[in-house]
Write a protein that binds this ligand. Structure first.
Ligand code: DQA
Length: 145
C-alpha cells in the first residue's frame, strides 16, 4: 500500500506561518511523522508539496497507478479550485481531505470546499495529528487497517 501526502500552497511555511492557527510543527516534521507512522503500519508514504495549482493537478494525475490514495491538504485552493476537483474525479483518486484548522469555525469563505464532493471524507481541526488520523482513515477505507 502506498499513500501520497500532498500539500498545497503556503504549507511549505508550516511552523512559522500563523502558528496560533496552524501550530509550530514544520512541514518536514509532518512528513517525517507520516513516514514513521506509515512504516509502523507497513504503508509506503510519499510526500509532495507545491504552491502551484497546475503542479497539484499533475501530482493527482500521476498518482494514478502509483499510489493507492492521497491525503490532500489543498490549502486555499480547497475553496477555489474546480481544476483540482476535476483532477480528483478524472483520475478516480481516493482522497482524504485534510485541514489543520477547523475551517468551519473560521471565515465564511473557508466553509465551501471544491474537494469535499470528490473526497472519501474530511478531517479538519486536529492540527498536525490530523495527517496521522487521515492515513489511518484512508488505510481503513482501502481495507488495509
Ligand atoms: C488549511 C485551511 C485553508 O483555509 C487555508 O487556506 C490553508 C490551510 C488548513 O490546513 O487548515 O492554507 O487548508
Amino acid at each position: 500500500t502506498s499513500i501520497l501526502i500532498l500539500n498545497g500552497p503556503n504549507l511549505n511555511l508550516l511552523g512559522t506561518r500563523q502558528p496560533e492557527i496552524y501550530g509550530h510543527t514544520t512541514l518536514a516534521d509532518v512528513e517525517e511523522m507520516c513516514r514513521k507512522h506509515g512504516k509502523s503500519r507497513g504503508i509506503d508514504i510519499a510526500c509532495a508539496q507545491s504552491n502551484h495549482e497546475g503542479a497539484l493537478v499533475t501530482a493527482i494525475q500521476e498518482a494514478r497507478g502509483t499510489h493507492d490514495g492521497i491525503v490532500f491538504n489543498a490549502g486555499a485552493y480547497t475553496h477555489t479550485s474546480i481544476a483540482l476537483m476535476d483532477a480528483i474525479k478524472g483520475a478516480e483518486a481516493k482522497v482524504v481531505e485534510l485541514h489543520l484548522s477547523n475551517v468551519h469555525a473560521r471565515e465564511e469563505f473557508r466553509h465551501r470546499s471544491f474537494i469535499s464532493p470528490v473526497a472519501i471524507g474530511v478531517i479538519a481541526g486536529f492540527g498536525a495529528q490530523g495527517y496521522i488520523l487521515a492515513i489511518d482513515a484512508l488505510a481503513a477505507h482501502l481495507g488495509v487497517a
